[in-house]
Design a protein around this ligand. Structure first.
Ligand code: SF4
Length: 159
């Protein structure tokens, strides 16, 4: 993480520096999953199919720096995009802050624990398949459950 201000995540999104913006991401990986838009209703349906560059065991992009070369339509989130799109999950730190809501307790900036996002049931780690192996999108429509109550007990998290 680059130079960031104390409790920067409480500032309006538009005031964040580049390092602060990058550091706000909780690493859940959900924005790297394919979605389906219902042609009739415009509803966005989630799937459990991940971008080919997503490491499904860590929820990290395997080539973040060069991702555009492999996935030209990969979006770099900006304030304008966060305010416009409907497909970011309700737990997304950018969505929450854009709505002036606080980060959840499991967010690593509050918990100090990068793995808390997984134990809260929010991360895609181990729950998705790569588009390379998946087959038809329509067979993978998924409803992601709400986050677990936090602080979570490890036994509730299946650990
Ligand atoms: S959904 Fe939001 S918080 Fe989760 S990885 Fe994507 S940008 Fe980060």
């Amino acid at each position: 993480m680059g130079e960031v201000r104390d409790r920067f995540w409480e500032l309006p999104l538009g005031e964040l520096t580049r390092p602060e913006w990058e550091a706000l991401c909780d690493g859940c990986g959900r924005c790297c999953l394919h979605k389906i838009e219902d042609e009739d209703t415009g509803e966005i349906l989630d799937t459990n199919i991940a971008c080919r560059l997503l490491d499904t065991q860590t929820a990290q992009c395997s080539d973040y720096r060069n991702r555009k070369a492999f996935v030209p339509d990969c979006l770099r989130l900006t304030l304008r995009i966060v305010e416009q799109v409907s497909w970011l999950p309700s737990t997304c730190a950018y969505r929450l802050r854009a709505d002036d809501r606080p980060l959840p307790g499991w967010h690593y900036l509050l918990s100090g624990d990068r793995d808390a996002v997984r134990r809260a049931g929010v991360s895609v780690v181990g729950r998705v398949v790569s588009e390379v192996d998946a087959g038809p999108l329509e067979h993978h429509i998924t409803e992601w459950p709400a986050p677990r109550h936090w602080p979570a007990r490890d036994e509730d998290a299946g650990l």
